[in-house]
Design a protein around this ligand. Sequence first.
Ligand code: ATP
Length: 294
Amino acid sequence: MIQLYIPLNFLGVLYREIKQSLTDLDKMFTLMDREREIADVPGALPLALGGAPDVVFDRVSFAYESDRPILQDISFTIPAGKTVAVVGPSGSGKSTLARLMFRFYDVQQGTIRMAGQDIKQVQQATVRQALGIVPQDTVLFNDTVAYNIAYGRPGASQAEIEGAAKAARIHDFIASTPKGYETSVGERGLKLSGGEKQRVAIARTLLKDPPILVFDEATSALDSANERAIQAELAGVSQNKTTLVIAHRLSTVVDAHEILVMEAGRIIERGNHAALLALQGRYASMWALQQSAD
Ligand code: ATP
């Protein structure tokens, strides 16, 4: 009993940590089977996706603890194949939107719909299959770089892995290491830089090829050349995919279909870049501040 309890308890801790940090949601898929907090409704059908789905938040309110509302009356649509960006101060609820899309929690009010289906009513596993995340800080498995990329699609061929690595601009780096794709990475292997790890995550996502993407932009400063390169690669990955970007740098959001400015769990301004600048409100002052800092 004791022996059984310890590993399950450990998984529980790991599960909560991962769920909280959005660091590596893919790891969740295996862990979820062991600790289910969210259950499928009886007779739930798979999420049905014909081509690129739209994602709709319809009057969503949510609290982690009942006495402290976090999101209040949030409505927005990410049209099929478009990008919506969320900006706002730390703690305003940006990552919570992503956690709700993955259905780590159920909303208390309102609905989240993907391709017209309430995600509460469909099989949770199929919602997660439809989603890919490029997290802020990718946690790599203690395994080869090939394994880490192929994790996006188990069974992928070496050629497919290399194709994804090339598109994510990490292939040359991998090829320059003595063991190439067989190089061990992670805690006990070769230490990769933040940018390299993010490229592995991009390659993984390219291989998985999900119709809906979440990018959690890195807050830690990459050098600006690296940052621009990563942004270009992310733009490539998100083409024709329904994408939510949690943005920490406004330069990323300029081309978004819509930008949501959040504060204390509410959307206080919304529109595209030009419209928000013209509004001369919160976004415009954030923009001015960031321009002067660059
Ligand atoms: P950052 O830019 O710093 O990542 P954020 O805008 O993404 O911030 P969230 O992570 O969505 O913010 O958090 C919104 C609020 O919810 C915060 O006040 C946070 O303390 C609270 N919160 C987050 N996770 C939990 C949790 N598991 N239990 C209780 N409160 C939580």
